[in-house]
Design a protein around this ligand. Sequence first.
Ligand code: SAH
Ligand code: SF4
Ligand code: F3S
Length: 439
Amino acid sequence: MHKKTFFIKVWGCQMNLYDADLIRDILASSGFMPVDNEEDANIILFQTCSVRESAERKIFNHISLLSRRKRQLKNGLIIGICGCMAQNYASSLNKKYPDIDIICGPNGYIDLPNLLETALSRGKFGVSTSEDKRVAYPVLNPSAIKGFQGYVAVMRGCDNFCSYCIVPHVRGREKSRPPEEIYTEIKGLVDNGVKDITLLGQNVNSYGKELKTDFASLLYLLNTIKGDFRLRFLTSHPKDAEEKLFHAMAECDKVCSYLHLPMQSGSNVILEKMNRKYTREKYFETIDLARRIVPDLTVSSDFIVGFPGETNDDFEKTCDAMRRVCYDSSFVFKYSPREGTDAARLPDDVPKEVKEERNRVLLALQEAISHDNNKTYLGKNLRILVEDKSKRNPERLFGRTENFKRVVFAGDASLIGRIVEVKINRVTALTLFGEQINV
Ligand code: SAH
Ligand code: SF4
Ligand code: F3S
């Protein structure tokens, strides 16, 4: 077995997908070799997430399993924990799991080659969990991305401190990347055949504050890159989403008509306790404005059920908001307290069964709304960027419309990565089905 083969297992948000590409790039340029199967690697890195207890529990289970494998193999397997749990638990992780060799937070990726070399040659444990805001990240080498979909971080960290959220604690303060650097990175990806690019930040609407620019200006700049590609972005914070952004979405032909605008709760009492800094009324105004300006806009959200003190009446207001906005899709999460956050000091007083019931009710409501929304596409011809073979039926392909609707149709795998036109003839809550139109 090659001494320096590595495999990265990724959990958590899209930022972790980008970070895993970055780590792969950093290690590959230092003589390490990425492999496609975990079994072929003698270095296994976990790119981890701390956002909810359930996410952490899964990852802890994997760490235990891997530690056991390392002891059984006795062949010097190297285990590295990277990303948000590395930052959150730092060296206490190593006390709990002595088989871990390195721990590397989101600001330490650049140190990984050294940490790994030391672990390999001297068997020494290494940690990198700097909180220094000045840390620089390398520009991603386009060849690090396989396929035609790519993620690009436009900023790091978060300054918002929503009371339930661990992200600002583990990712540090907000820092935007210079527009020229993002331009170069995306141009490189597009020239290498990437067709579907998602710009990432915890709150892209506050992009560029310290650089005296803003996110809308970045979109106009990136829209000048020549080539056949789509741009999407995640996540917008409702308190900062402004008219200028919606005009940029409408005017830039590369930017998709899709807005993920997490509402979290429909109750003003809960929104205040969450430190979200907007009211439900202000949120509705923002959505109405976006829909007036951006044609064919689809909208999605995140909701948390069972936040401390959430009453039936608060929850009803969330259901009402979901109906009012008529989202195309939503993620629903059961609240879990995160140590170190402000909300963790409040009693976690909504019983587990109530959280589960509210989760079920809200998901069912979203499903009904999504299904109704999708019916409006029946009989229409849509342009689809083909992503892959359908998992359920390999004879079929799936792709997405410009506004992020998932479409399944019968077609040949040679169409993957291409744009085709499909006529919709059946819909469910999650998917539109149709037939390719020959052009
Ligand atoms: N910056 C993004 C994403 C943050 S994490 C944003 O502001 O939307 C993704 C989602 O996880 C959040 O939108 C929230 O709905 C959920 N989440 C965060 N902390 C949580 C917690 N302690 N319990 C349950 N859900 C949580
Ligand atoms: Fe967390 Fe709020 Fe920042 Fe999103 S905006 S990452 S929910 S603190
Ligand atoms: Fe999780 Fe960190 Fe993303 S906590 S949601 S991986 S920023």
